[in-house]
Design a protein around this ligand. Structure first.
Ligand SMILES: C[S@@+](CC[C@H](N)C(=O)[O-])C[C@H]1O[C@@H](n2cnc3c(N)ncnc32)[C@H](O)[C@@H]1O
Length: 259
């Protein structure tokens, strides 16, 4: 059991607020449109059927984890159903990312940590002319992610260690990145490094999403540091993840919001 996470959740539970505390019209709208919005849509059924199949798959894969590992299972051979259960973003959170890609008319998205490709599918189906570049070092997970997303032509899989691949990719393609989803190596050092590598490619309308900001003291420290950076204008803590904004017109403010 992750006692750090439980302690953090109790704190978050007491601090979180909703739209009534938001004075900024941008964040008021943002909250209602993306965070609070409940979707009864069946547009994600195909992706959720893929998740169900993975959750019922008892076969084992060799795990090659360059990240901080799992707090539930650190074995090198894991059942696919266990990876699907513990490593993937929730449907609710992936739907939020998908809505952001569509609503912010994203053209270039970076996902750090593809795993089995379920969240990647959400990003790619949001807007088919948006290019999703996703990074993963684990060959077995990547193979499954490619199978699941075989028909989604706007996904560009990058296989290898993000520490080497990401700077190389950014240098070569020089993209303007609209949305980043950082969900790979859950350590303090890697979280800061990812942000620093990506920062030159961020625009004032970009959103940088950092997963598992309350997962460990290292992740929390990284989050606390990043939200205070001069380049960051505002931030939202949703507990599952943190969102960083870069528009200098925003008043520097940190929100802890119910999700
Ligand atoms: C939490 S999972 C990603 C889940 C995925 N974003 C989702 O929600 O469906 C983290 C993944 O990052 C990968 N990873 C961790 N460190 C990495 C690194 N340095 N380079 C490439 N991949 C890495 C792991 O192999 C793992 O599959």
């Amino acid at each position: 059991m992750n006692f750090f996470l439980i302690k953090e959740y109790i704190l978050y539970y007491h601090l979180k607020t909703d739209e009534h505390s938001l004075q900024s019209s941008f964040f008021y709208q943002f909250y209602l449109e993306y965070i609070k919005r409940k979707s009864s849509s069946n547009q994600w059924d195909i992706i959720e059927n893929s998740r169900k199949r993975l959750l019922n798959d008892h076969s084992k894969i060799e795990i090659f984890d360059l990240g901080a590992g799992s707090k539930v299972n650190n074995s090198h051979r894991r059942k696919i159903k266990s990876v699907a259960r513990y490593s993937l973003s929730s449907p609710k959170f992936s739907q939020l990312l998908s809505l952001l890609v569509k609503g912010f008319k994203c053209k270039q998205v970076i996902e750090l940590g593809t795993s089995l490709g379920i969240n990647t599918a959400y990003l790619a189906t949001a807007k088919t002319d948006c290019q999703i570049t996703t990074f993963e070092a684990d060959p077995a997970a990547l193979k499954i992610a490619k199978e699941i997303n075989a028909n989604r032509k706007n996904i560009h899989f990058q296989k290898g260690d993000i520490a080497y691949l990401l700077p190389e990719y950014l240098h070569k393609s020089n993209p303007k990145i609209d949305l980043v989803y950082a969900d790979a190596n859950h350590t303090y050092a890697a979280s800061i490094e990812y942000f620093n590598i990506i920062l030159p490619y961020i625009t004032k309308n970009s959103i940088y999403v950092m997963d598992d900001i309350h997962w460990s003291s290292g992740m929390k420290k990284a989050w606390e540091e990043l939200k205070k950076r001069d380049e960051v204008s505002s931030s939202i803590d949703l507990f599952d993840a943190g969102l960083l904004f870069f528009n200098p017109d925003f008043k520097k403010q940190h929100y802890i919001l119910e999700f």
